[in-house]
Design a protein around this ligand. Structure first.
Ligand SMILES: C[S@@+](CC[C@H](N)C(=O)[O-])C[C@H]1O[C@@H](n2cnc3c(N)ncnc32)[C@H](O)[C@@H]1O
Length: 227
């Protein structure tokens, strides 16, 4: 039986192979949040990991800001789309394709910032915790984490059915994502529990509704405590 990782990898591979979800612009909430997090705009001092970089629009933004940026994904086609967007001279080896959910190939305490934008909820509930601990381990002391998780109002959740207590399966309305496995977390308390490996937790959300297409995500900020 295929596990969530393999199912989602096949679905996202088909999406990127068809050059769908090839986003031109970074997520505006991420753009704003980065400026809020780094008021001194010292981006050129930051080593950043974009976990689940997708078609690369956020990663390109981080690179353009001057960050030393790395990325992990599960789809080779996503890497292709991303490299097409990046400036000549960007080192393609900094984009790593994982062959299993929790396989971050970095030494401990390497990064100042890890971003996981609209991606963590494609893990199974078991792998999510492992991934989060793994992300924490590669953050420098006082390194920062920002990520999102789909809220129950999000189109990906409203167009899915439950599989077990946390996990859901996308239905046909979602077209190219039908059958994908995802996690829905409805309460802020549950988010706090899931992300309790980070200190200084802050939880907010962003939401848009364009022609009844609702995008609604928790934003989770946390730090690796000073050791
Ligand atoms: C909605 S897209 C978001 C992409 C990108 N972060 C962005 O904001 O544009 C979700 C991404 O998660 C990736 N993904 C799915 N399951 C994953 C997993 N277990 N680990 C890492 N990435 C995964 C998919 O390949 C896809 O690129």
């Amino acid at each position: 039986m295929k596990d969530s990782f393999e199912i989602n990898k096949n679905i996202w591979t088909n999406i990127y192979k068809a050059r769908q979800n090839n986003l031109a612009y970074p997520n505006e909430n991420l753009v704003r949040y980065l400026f809020y997090l780094y008021p001194d705009k010292n981006f050129s001092e930051l080593k950043v990991l974009d976990y689940g970089f997708g078609s690369g629009s956020n990663l390109r933004h981080l690179d353009a800001l001057g960050c030393d940026v790395y990325g992990v994904e599960i789809c080779e086609y996503a890497k292709q789309l991303t490299l097409e967007k990046l400036r000549d001279g960007f080192d393609a080896d900094k984009l790593f394709i994982m062959d299993q959910e929790v396989n971050l190939p970095y030494e401990k305490k390497k990064f100042d910032l890890v971003i996981a934008w609209q991606v963590l909820y494609y893990n199974s509930i078991e792998s999510l915790a492992k991934v989060l601990y793994s992300i924490k381990s590669i953050l420098k002391p006082e390194g920062k984490f920002i990520g999102t998780m789909a809220r129950k109002e999000d189109i990906s959740i409203t167009n899915s059915k439950p599989r077990n207590k946390y996990e859901r399966v996308s239905n046909e309305v979602l077209g190219n994502q039908a059958g994908s496995r995802l996690i829905a977390v409805s309460s802020e308390d549950d988010i706090k529990k899931l992300f309790n490996m980070f200190s200084a937790l802050q939880i907010g959300y962003f939401e848009s509704n364009l022609n009844n297409i609702v995008c609604s995500h928790w934003i989770i900020y946390g730090e690796n405590e000073n050791e």
